[in-house]
Ligand binder design. Structure first.
Ligand SMILES: [Zn+2]
Length: 242
């Protein structure tokens, strides 16, 4: 199983968890065509697409997936605005009452995070990769994940780099995670089984990738590999390399 990063910024988020036989899409912030290309047009392996919240950089292109017959799963409040024929055909909703969604061989458990609209993180389990937590567009994460194997977490800005005069300061701080909060989360969940840590959704202006990566490497104590999510990044998630 490989993680493919197609986009990880406010101009569009989209990730693929891809094995030889299955692909789970996380976020629909980029056109379906981009996903098709990343899968060498083997769209039949797509088991579903799951979105965290209704902001455009995460969900703008979901309709393309829906109309292509892909199982499309999004928070309840998004669908409430899109009750049309295509919703009834393929749309699937979830909220905090839905504990586990089986998508192909993936088990996806949504959990509520802290954003300015209803937004969810995902705890994902699959036999090839063990367990993975994905969380973005949140000020912090209140849960702890035992023996987690992979962490994909937002590190949007660093307090040092935030321009106090900037008009968007409030917007940046509200509903997004600072590097320090991300490092605290990683440290709390660090364990000998942790294989990969991927920082998501860095702000162009308020995040320094070199510094962010260095501090993450200093935070993990058991040798997990650390990455910054950029378009084109691929990360091997298999627990067993053979
Ligand atoms: Zn958002």
């Amino acid at each position: 199983m490989v993680l493919k990063v197609l986009g990880s910024s406010s101009s569009g988020n989209c990730y693929i968890l891809e094995s030889d036989t299955e692909a789970l899409i996380i976020e629909a912030g980029l056109p379906f065509m981009e996903v098709k290309k990343a899968l060498n047009f083997n769209v039949r392996k797509i088991v579903g697409v799951i979105c965290t919240h209704r902001h455009n950089d995460h969900i703008k292109h979901l309709k393309d997936f829906v109309t292509s017959g892909i199982r499309s799963i999004a928070p309840n409040d998004y669908w409430m605005e899109h009750i049309t024929e295509w919703w009834f055909q393929y749309g699937e909703r979830y909220d905090e009452t839905r504990k586990c969604i089986d998508i192909g061989n993936f088990k996806v458990m949504p959990f509520l995070v802290v954003h300015d609209v209803p937004c969810y993180g995902f705890y994902i389990v699959h036999q090839d990769i063990g367990s993975l937590v994905y969380a973005t567009d949140t000020e912090y994460i209140k849960y702890r994940f035992k023996n987690i194997n992979h962490i994909l977490v937002e590190a949007n800005y660093s307090d040092d780099l935030i321009d106090n005069e900037a008009v968007n300061r409030e917007h940046v701080l509200r509903g997004h995670m600072s590097l320090q909060t991300a490092l605290d989360f990683i440290s709390t969940n660090d364990n000998p089984s942790l294989r990969n840590v991927v920082l998501l959704h860095l702000s162009d202006k308020n995040g320094n990738p070199v510094e962010f990566l260095q501090k993450t490497k200093e935070t993990v104590k058991y040798g997990a590999d650390c990455y910054i999510a950029e378009k084109g990044l691929e990360v091997d998630l298999n627990l067993c390399p053979f």
